[in-house]
Design a protein around this ligand. Structure first.
Ligand SMILES: Cc1cc2nc3c(=O)[nH]c(=O)nc-3n(C[C@H](O)[C@H](O)[C@H](O)COP(=O)(O)OP(=O)(O)OC[C@H]3O[C@@H](n4cnc5c(N)ncnc54)[C@H](O)[C@@H]3O)c2cc1C
Length: 423
């Protein structure tokens, strides 16, 4: 069994949350990051879209501009029949598509000499020995062998099913999860006049409930690429096959074009997103959860990169104070996250959207919503993404007297969905 020198802070997970924290912890602290993947920039399980606000936050940490691939200025929404669409544009910068693996590698490269990143090291659990100078004992597995490392504090930045959370009954765990299937292809999307600068939302009940589908453009190593996916509550084998059908429909209708129709996708994977909101118990005297591990992910739109970065930044401020003996430092975590980003308010609003969305199960309900949003296409994008940071509201955009007949039709359809659970 391998043992190493003790560390001040041991971080499980080298995603956005863990690497932000590692980068920002003061240089006098010895920091170890344990990452189960073989490389930090091995495939990142995310579409990698970041809002302009998140780009600016990341820009305060690393040279983010080198890893931005597409600047997105429009959203295109397709109705459940795939026959109609509307495009909404914004006058403001909106989101960016990233080369996410390279961006994560940039984080790792920028870490100081006080940080050691150990790849291929999966945290298996930890125990505490109160009274010891290094009370946290973390077990990890590397190449089939077990290692042990001691520290003063452990951070679970190891994603939605955190091993750190599972090792400590005092900490909460993510219970409400959404599963996202995604593929990346060489090729492009054909709808609209600027597909490289547009993200596509597909709304339907018949395919998947929980989120809908998406197409996002990307451009890496001189190749035009796009990601296509959908999210669902129950990731069974049958659902996995639905992505084949979705891609076939999109190709048949000329919405996407595959570079080589016979070639396998460049990426084909699935991953969970926490959608229950921020967890209640995310720290005790020796541990803190951040990022997805703590539920810092939009409960409706499943955007978690900002939550990972903000929670990493705030953790880098409160942990040193805690280690210096300030017993109230960790209790300042939530108020400081809110003061910095208003993320907690944003997640609360997203929980309300999720409540409504979850009541819609049929294509008819999504078609009604589509028609109302289409009527508001000018303002539609303004309440989205970066406008989320401006605290705009979709409901304010949609609930208007002129939409009364459509809203009534939608209410009727949602009631029918609730009574029959039809799709
Ligand atoms: C398909 C999909 C698309 C998404 N698209 C977007 C998007 O476009 N924009 C957006 O903002 N959000 C998106 N999200 C959500 C976003 O990716 C996450 O919220 C965000 O990456 C969370 O960062 P994190 O660092 O907390 O966790 P993660 O990114 O999950 O990183 C956790 C790290 O811990 C490692 N790890 C896990 N277990 C262990 C262990 N036991 N020991 C050691 N290491 C471990 C993992 O390998 C990983 O590197 C998407 C999610 C999915 C699934």
């Amino acid at each position: 069994m391998a043992t190493t020198q003790p560390y001040d802070v041991i971080i499980a997970g080298a995603g956005f949350a863990g690497l932000t924290l590692a980068l920002k912890l003061p240089r006098h602290l010895r920091v170890l990051v344990l990452e189960k993947k073989t490389r930090v920039n091995a495939h990142a399980q995310t579409t990698g879209l970041i809002t302009v606000t998140t780009k600016d936050l990341i820009g305060g940490l690393v040279d983010v501009d080198r890893h931005l691939t597409n600047r997105i200025e429009a959203i295109c929404v397709l109705d459940p029949s795939f026959e109609q669409h509307f495009i909404s544009r914004t006058r403001f910068p909106w989101i960016h598509s990233t080369n996410t693996p390279e961006l994560l590698l940039e984080f790792a490269r920028t870490c100081g000499e006080n940080v050691t990143i150990l790849n291929n090291a999966a945290v298996a659990g930890y125990t505490t020995e109160p009274g010891s100078a290094y009370p946290v004992v973390v077990r990890y597995v590397t190449n089939g062998a077990e290692g042990i490392v001691r520290g003063r504090f452990v951070v679970g930045a190891d994603g939605v099913r955190s091993a750190v959370a599972q090792a400590n009954p005092a900490l909460s765990r993510n219970r409400r999860l959404l599963f996202a299937f995604e593929r990346m292809y060489e090729g492009d999307c054909r709808l609209g006049d600027a597909p490289d600068r547009t993200v596509y939302h597909l709304w339907f009940g018949s395919f998947s409930l929980g989120y809908g589908g998406w197409i996002a453009p990307n451009f890496i190593d001189g190749k035009k690429l796009f990601r296509v996916g959908f999210a669902t509550y129950s990731p069974d084998a049958e659902k996995a096959r639905l992505l084949d059908r979705l891609v076939d429909i999109l190709v048949d209708r000329g919405i996407i074009r595959l570079g080589d129709p016979a070639a396998a996708p460049l990426l084909n994977y699935g991953g969970y997103c926490p959608i229950g909101g921020v967890l209640r118990r995310i720290h005790d005297d020796h541990a803190l959860l951040i990022g997805d591990a703590a539920g810092f992910c939009g409960p409706f739109s499943a955007d978690g990169i900002k939550g990972a970065v903000v929670s990493g930044l705030v953790a880098a401020e409160v942990i040193p104070r805690h280690l210096a003996g300030d017993r109230r430092a960790l209790t300042r975590f939530f108020p400081e996250v809110e003061a910095r980003s208003r993320l907690l308010s944003y997640y609360r609003k997203q929980l309300r959207y999720r409540f409504l969305w979850d009541r819609m199960t049929s294509n008819s309900s999504f078609a009604c919503l589509y028609r109302i949003c289409e009527g508001e296409r000018e303002a539609f994008l303004d309440q989205f993404c970066d406008a989320k940071d401006r605290q705009a509201s979709l409901l304010k955009v949609l609930i208007k007297a002129r939409h009364a007949p459509r809203l009534a039709a939608m209410g009727f359809n949602v009631a029918a969905d609730l009574l029959t659970r039809r799709t």
